[in-house]
Design a protein around this ligand. Structure first.
Ligand code: ZN
Ligand code: ZN
Ligand code: FE
Length: 755
C-alpha cells in the first residue's frame, strides 16, 4: 500500500483488522509504503483489503494498493515486523495532528478519566514531530520520556486492540504533563489554569500560550484595545494576525467557506486558513487591516479546545515572537522573550523539542487551495521526487521564508518553515533543522545544493560545510518546485514572478519566462529591467520603485513632481535612479510595489508583500478592465512602460484607483500570456508552470491561467508546495537529483543555461 501510510498507526491498524478477521502473516514498512503478507480464506482477505483502503486510520491516506497471490507459507499469528532497510530518506515520524473526534468526546465526557485533560491524545492524534528527539520513534526518544505512564495508561499502550496502542505521547492527569498559569505573583496549576487564563483574556489581556510547536501570543479578537495592545507589544503594526475560533460554525461567522476550504480548516493539520473576509465580521478591523481576507484556524490541541470553550469568543493567535525572530518554543526562552510582552503565560511541562510554526493555506478560489507556509501538520510528510536522487541531497533554500530539504531516491522530506535566515537566532534554527532532519532520517548528506546568490547565509553555510556543492539559479528552483508537485520532469515554460533572486547575468531577476526542466533552463523572456534604488530600502519603501518606473515610463519631470508629493528624499532617490550605479531588476514583485505606491495604496511597508497584497485587495473592488492598458514585448522583453503610462494618465484624469488597480492586473496578465503563448510555441512545449511569491496573488494567477488555457496551454499551479521561497529547497533538491541522474551536475554548477 502506497501513500501516507507510515508513522500514522497503519501497521497496528493492519494488525488489529487482520487479527479480528482470523488472518495470519505480517506487516512492515518498506521504502515505498506498507508491505503486507497475509494468509486466510478469500472472503476474509477481500474484507481486509476493503477495510484498509476504504477506512484507513485518520492520518493515513492510501494512494494505491497492489496485490498479488503468493504460495502459502503457513504463518502462525499476525505480527508487526521491523522496518526493512532501504536507502531512501525515511523519517519514521509523522506530522503533528489535531485532536481526533474520539479524543474530543472523551475530553468533554465527565465520566471519562481524561475529562478536561489538556494533553489527551491517541494513535490517531496528538503531537509527533514536535516532541521527537531521536529515532527510532519510541517513547524514550520523545520529550514524553520524562513522564512514566501509570498502570491504566501503560495497559492501553501495550494492548494492540486499544486505540492508544503504541501512542507515544499517551498520558493522563495522573501521570502526564500538567498545566501552569503564571501572571505576576499569581500561580495556578492544573485545570484551573485554563479558567484563570480565560479570565485574563476576557478582561482584555495579552497572554502567551504554549501550543503544539511553540508559543503563541493571544488576545480577544473582538476588542480593539486588546488588538492594538498586542500589536504594540509585538511591534507588528500592520501584518495580518490569525484568529482562532472554537468550531466551523464560528469560522463561518468570520469568513466565506467553500466545501474545499471547510475541509482544509477542519483537517487534522489545522492550518491557518486565509479565506475571504465576511463583512461585517465580528472581530476588530485591525486584525487584518487593508485586506479582503482573514486567517482563521480551529483549535490545534486539546488545550486550545478548552481555552476557546472557556473564553467563548474568537482569539487572536499569533506566533510568540518579536518581528523577524523564530517562534519561541523553549520555556526559559519564552519566559525571557515573551514574559515582558504578556499579562500571563499559560504553559505546561511537556517539552517542545522541535519548533514548528502554524501552516498557512490560502483559499485561491472556491475549489482551489494553496499552501503558502508548510509547517505544522505537514512536516515531515515526504514529497515524491519525479527523478530519483542516487545520493543523499541536502537543499538549503534561499534566504526568506526558508526551508531545508533532504532527498534520497524518490523521497523528499522538507523541513518546517524556518523564517527569514538573516539574523543569528533564525540561523541557529536553520542549522538545527539540518541536524535534526539528518538524525531522524539516519543519513548524512553527500551533496549540498544552494542558491546562486553568494551572500545568502545558506550559501555561506553550504560553502563551509565542506560537502560537494551545486549552485542553482533561484527562479529555476521555483519552477522545479512546481514540477515536483505535479510529478513532472519534461520541459515546460516556467513563469517565475517573485521579489528578487540573482540571475546568471549578475542582475536581479524576478519577472522571468524560462524554458525549463529539472536539469536546466533557458531564459526566453523577462520584464524590462529598471534600477532598484537603494537595494533593501526599495523593498521597504515601494515609492522608490514607483520613482524608478515613472522615470522610465513618463520621464524626469513627472517622476520629480510625483516624488515631491510622497517623500522628502525623492530627489536623492531619483539621483540614484539616474546614476547608473544601482542594480537592475526585472522583478515582478517590485513592479507591483511600484504600482501600489503610484496608485496611493501603499508606499511604505511593514511586512514583505504588503504593498502587493493590498493592491490585489483594492483591484478586487474594481470592475472588469477596459483593456486599454498594454504590455507589449519585443525580443522576449516585456515592456511595462505603456501600462505605467496608462495608469499615470488614468490618475491625472481622476479615474478610481480600484479600476486602475484592476486594469493593471488585466493588462499585465494579458501581456504576459501573449508572450508566453509565442515562446511556448517556439520551444514546442504545451505546458506552463506558474511559480514565485507573486503568484500568491490569486487575481493575477486566475487571470493569467485563464488566458493561457484559452490559448490551449496546460497550466501547472502550486497547491502543496508554497509558490514563495518556502518552495526553493524543494526545487533545488529536484534539480540536484535530476542533474546527478543525467550526469551533468558539473554543468549546472558552471553554466545553468541549457545547451
Ligand atoms: Zn485521538
Ligand atoms: Zn496515566
Ligand atoms: Fe523567490
Amino acid at each position: 500500500m502506497r501513500g501516507t501510510v507510515q508513522g500514522v498507526g497503519f501497521r497496528p491498524f493492519v494488525h488489529r483488522r487482520a487479527t479480528a478477521l482470523g488472518l495470519t502473516g505480517w506487516v512492515s514498512n518498506d521504502g515505498e509504503g506498507v508491505l503486507i503478507e497475509v494468509e486466510g480464506d478469500l472472503g476474509s482477505l477481500d474484507h481486509l483489503e476493503l477495510d484498509l483502503s476504504s477506512q484507513p486510520p485518520p492520518l493515513a491516506r492510501v494512494d494505491a494498493v497492489e496485490a498479488s497471490p503468493l504460495p502459502l507459507s503457513g504463518h502462525v499469528g499476525f505480527v508487526i515486523r521491523p522496518t526493512s532497510g532501504s536507502a531512501h530518506v525515511d523519517v519514521p515520524v509523522s506530522a503533528d495532528a489535531a485532536p481526533c473526534a474520539a479524543c474530543l468526546d472523551e475530553l468533554a465526557d465527565p465520566a471519562n478519566r481524561r475529562f478536561g485533560y489538556p494533553f489527551i491524545n491517541c494513535t490517531d492524534c496528538g503531537p509527533r514531530l514536535t516532541i521527537v528527539t531521536d529515532v527510532p520513534y519510541d517513547r524514550p526518544s520523545t520529550t514524553m520520556a520524562a513522564f512514566r505512564m501509570c498502570a491504566p495508561c501503560q495497559r492501553e499502550y501495550d494492548d494492540p486492540v486499544d486505540r492508544r496502542f503504541h501512542a507515544q505521547p499517551n498520558a493522563c492527569a495522573a501521570c502526564g504533563p500538567q498545566l501552569r498559569w503564571r501572571s505576576g505573583s499569581e500561580a495556578v496549576d492544573g485545570p484551573a489554569a485554563v479558567t484563570a487564563a480565560a479570565a485574563c483574556l476576557r478582561a482584555g489581556g495579552t497572554i502567551g500560550i504554549k501550543g503544539v510547536g511553540g508559543y503563541h501570543l493571544a488576545c480577544d479578537a473582538t476588542s480593539s484595545s486588546a488588538v492594538a495592545e498586542l500589536r504594540a507589544r509585538k511591534r507588528r503594526p500592520a501584518k495580518p494576525l490569525a484568529v482562532m475560533v472554537a468550531d466551523e460554525a464560528a469560522a463561518r461567522g468570520l469568513v466565506e467557506l467553500s466545501l474545499v476550504a471547510a475541509a482544509a480548516l477542519t483537517s487534522t493539520q489545522r492550518p491557518v486558513l486565509l479565506a475571504p473576509l465576511r463583512k461585517p465580521a465580528a472581530i476588530d478591523p485591525q486584525v487584518a487591516p487593508g485586506l479582503a481576507e482573514l486567517g482563521v484556524m480551529l483549535p490545534s490541541s486539546p488545550l486550545h479546545v478548552l481555552l476557546l470553550g472557556a473564553v467563548d469568543r474568537p482569539l487572536v493567535m499569533t506566533s510568540g515572537n518579536l518581528v523577524d525572530e523564530p517562534i519561541a518554543h523553549d520555556d526559559a526562552d519564552a519566559l525571557a522573550r515573551l514574559g515582558p510582552l504578556v499579562d500571563g503565560l499559560l504553559t505546561h511541562d511537556r517539552v517542545i523539542h522541535v519548533p514548528v510554526d502554524d501552516s498557512v493555506v490560502r483559499v485561491v478560489s472556491a475549489d482551489r487551495l494553496q499552501l503558502v507556509r508548510r509547517a505544522r501538520g505537514w512536516t515531515p510528510r515526504p514529497l515524491y521526487l519525479p527523478v530519483a536522487a542516487d545520493r543523499t541531497v541536502l537543499a538549503v533554500g534561499a534566504q526568506l521564508k526558508s526551508t531545508v530539504a533532504l532527498a534520497r531516491e524518490h523521497s523528499l522530506v522538507v523541513s518546517q518553515h524556518l523564517g527569514d535566515v538573516e539574523n543569528w537566532s533564525t540561523h541557529v534554527s536553520f542549522v538545527r533543522a539540518i541536524e535534526h532532519l539528518s538524525r531522524l532520517a539516519r543519513t548524512a548528506p553527500d551533496l549540498v545544493v544552494h542558491d546562486l546568490h553568494p551572500d545568502y547565509p545558506s550559501t555561506a553555510w553550504a560553502a563551509r560545510s565542506g560537502l560537494p556543492s551545486l549552485a542553482v539559479q533561484h527562479h529555476h528552483a521555483h519552477i522545479a518546485s512546481c514540477l515536483v508537485e505535479h510529478g513532472r520532469s519534461s520541459p515546460v515554460l516556467g513563469i517565475a514572478f517573485d521579489g528578487t533572486g540573482l540571475g546568471t547575468d549578475g542582475t536581479l531577476w524576478g519577472g522571468e519566462l524560462l524554458i525549463a526542466d529539472l536539469t536546466g533552463f533557458r531564459r526566453v523572456g523577462h520584464l524590462l529591467p529598471v534600477p532598484l534604488p537603494g537595494g533593501d530600502a526599495a523593498v521597504r519603501e515601494p515609492w522608490r520603485m514607483a520613482l524608478s518606473w515613472l522615470e522610465a515610463s513618463i520621464g524626469p519631470d513627472a517622476a520629480a513632481r510625483w516624488g515631491a508629493s510622497v517623500d522628502d528624499r525623492a530627489p536623492a532617490v531619483l539621483g540614484l535612479v539616474r546614476s547608473g550605479s544601482q542594480p537592475l531588476t526585472s522583478s515582478a514583485g517590485r513592479l507591483f510595489d511600484a504600482v501600489s505606491a503610484l496608485l496611493g495604496v501603499r508606499s511604505r511597508v511593514s511586512y514583505e508583500g504588503q504593498a502587493a497584497a493590498e493592491l490585489e485587495a483594492v483591484a478586487r473592488l474594481g470592475g472588469p478592465g477596459g483593456g486599454a492598458y498594454e504590455l507589449p514585448s519585443s525580443e522576449g522583453v516585456l515592456d511595462p512602460r505603456p501600462l505605467l503610462a496608462g495608469l499615470w494618465h488614468g490618475l491625472q484624469r481622476g479615474a478610481p484607483v480600484e479600476q486602475l488597480a484592476a486594469d493593471f492586473h488585466v493588462g499585465l496578465s494579458s501581456g504576459v500570456a501573449a508572450l508566453a503563448v509565442t515562446v511556448a510555441a517556439d520551444a514546442g512545449v504545451d505546458t506552463v508552470a506558474l511559480s514565485g511569491g507573486v503568484f500568491q496573488n490569486a487575481l493575477l494567477s486566475d487571470l493569467l491561467s485563464a488566458s493561457l488555457r484559452a490559448a490551449g496551454l496546460q497550466v501547472l499551479l502550486h497547491e502543496q508546495v508554497p509558490p514563495n521561497d518556502g518552495g526553493i529547497s524543494t526545487g533545488q533538491a529536484a534539480i540536484a537529483a535530476a542533474s546527478l541522474a543525467a550526469g551533468i551536475a558539473e554543468r549546472v554548477h558552471v553554466n545553468p543555461q541549457l545547451a
